[in-house]
Design a protein around this ligand. Structure first.
Ligand code: PMP
Ligand code: GLU
Length: 415
């Protein structure tokens, strides 16, 4: 079967692939403990379910405006104004799409141009390690990804000066993700303000540069660093797209709700463009989900806090257990629900079945095959991720204890 080149050359999502593989093994009766999925193990809060069920029963089952009804878009604008301090937002500055991934896809396709023959591509500045989907989606939209390195020794901190050095006249997007998937760490308010200052100072060098900040883990925060939205910094607020969604904070991964927002007139134009593209893709998200979004935003702070407290507890447990394994170093997680340990001290060793572990991919495959633990190998997260493996702790404490014991035994068995 001949496929279009852009799809044939597209890298499949490794997070989705490992998650599906672990689920299939469990269905086949294999006792795998999976730390692969970036998905809360909690059920969606009842209030949210009831809002959707009531909407179905009331007949809200038809097409709706492509980017969402005005009330729901306004509710999101209000949330971003009051909770995140982002100025200049009305309903027309917000678009609702089929998950944060779809919002990201639309945003990148609205802003990046495939280069004209002979011209240079728009540059997407991407601090790495970062979530596996930013790079392929940016490339699919015609962008050229420029990685900005961080390292695990200093907790994957993004040095603002490295952002300065990466900016060129071709810079179009700076992608930020705090709390970070896969690092499990956050950027401080001071660093984000410094980055905003640099973007502002360098506006003559890079006049088309827009900051795209993915804040989907903003509510899953449990260290000393509070979440800070770079879109609230007045000097650059009208050049920031804030991306978010309900998947993580409200345990709504299967509902597929994401949104993007940008202030002012530029934001209105950008959101309109998203609507044009979405109108040729999916039209609106399912109609009966809009009331559920409003319920989640207005009434579910206690559910969010309950889940966050559970993640905080697990973060401490998994970090302690993983860090105690010889040859494994792991920054302390302060947000999201991942640890991203460096396992490269074990590269070059061999497993009892004879597999040689030269890469994170080989390590993760052997760990699944021989140790019955699923984690995502770090290569596709970029940069120093190639020395790491991502473990999601969106699972029970019992599973964390049993799984990390298996990881320790697997490492102990290497020669
Ligand atoms: N951003 C990050 C950093 C993520 O980890 C995810 C999880 N898939 C998303 C965006 C998108 O999530 P969703 O499409 O479920 O909203
Ligand atoms: N974001 C989650 C993860 O990183 C879900 C899978 C995906 O969309 O990548 O595992």
């Amino acid at each position: 079967m001949e496929l279009a080149r852009r799809v044939a050359s597209l890298k499949p999502s490794s997070t989705v692939a490992v998650t599906n593989r672990a689920k299939q093994l469990r269905r086949d009766g294999v006792d795998v403990l999976s730390f692969a999925a970036g998905e809360p193990d909690f059920d969606t809060p009842d209030r949210i379910k009831r809002a959707a069920i009531a909407a179905i029963e009331a007949g809200q089952t038809k097409y709706m405006p492509t980017l969402g009804d005005q009330d729901t878009r306004q509710a999101i604008a209000d949330k971003l104004t009051s909770e995140n301090g982002i100025p200049g937002l009305g309903f027309e500055n917000v678009g609702i799409s089929v998950g944060g991934k779809h919002s990201l896809f639309l945003a990148m396709h609205c802003l990046l141009d495939a280069p004209e023959p002979g011209a240079e591509a728009d540059e997407v500045l991407l601090p790495v390690p970062s979530w596996v989907s930013y790079r392929p989606i940016a490339q699919l939209a015609g962008g050229r990804v420029v990685e900005i390195e961080t390292n695990s020794a200093d907790g994957f901190r993004l040095d603002p000066e490295r952002v300065r050095s990466a900016i060129t006249p071709r810079s179009r997007l700076l992608v930020l993700n705090s709390p970070s998937n896969p690092c499990g760490t956050m950027y401080s308010e001071a660093d984000l303000r410094a980055i905003a200052g640099i973007v502002h100072e360098m506006r003559d060098v890079a006049p088309r540069l827009i900051v795209l900040t993915d804040e989907i883990y903003e509510k899953i925060v449990y260290g000393d660093t509070p979440h800070f939205s770079i879109g609230s910094v007045p000097e650059i607020a009208d050049r920031v797209i804030t991306l978010n969604g309900l998947s993580k904070a409200y345990a709504m991964t299967g509902w597929r709700v994401g949104y993007a927002a940008m202030p002012g007139d530029a934001g209105t134009q950008f959101v309109k463009a998203m609507g044009k593209l979405q109108g040729q893709m999916t039209t609106n998200i399912p109609a009966f989900i809009y009331p559920a979004i409003r319920t989640a935003l207005a009434e579910c702070a206690d559910d969010v806090a309950r889940m966050r407290d559970a993640f905080a507890e697990r973060a401490g447990i998994i970090h302690g257990l993983v860090s105690a394994i010889p040859g494994v170093t792991c920054p302390r997680p302060t947000g999201a629900f991942y640890v991203f340990p460096d396992i490269s001290a074990h590269f070059g060793k061999t497993t009892p079945k004879g597999a040689r572990l030269d890469t994170a991919l080989a390590f993760a495959e052997a760990l699944l095959d021989e140790g019955l633990v699923a984690g995502v190998p770090g290569e596709d997260f970029g940069g120093c991720g190639a020395r790491c493996m991502r473990l999601s702790f969106a699972c029970s404490e019992e599973q964390i204890r049993a799984g990390i014991e298996r990881l320790g035994a697997f490492i102990d068995s290497l020669r």
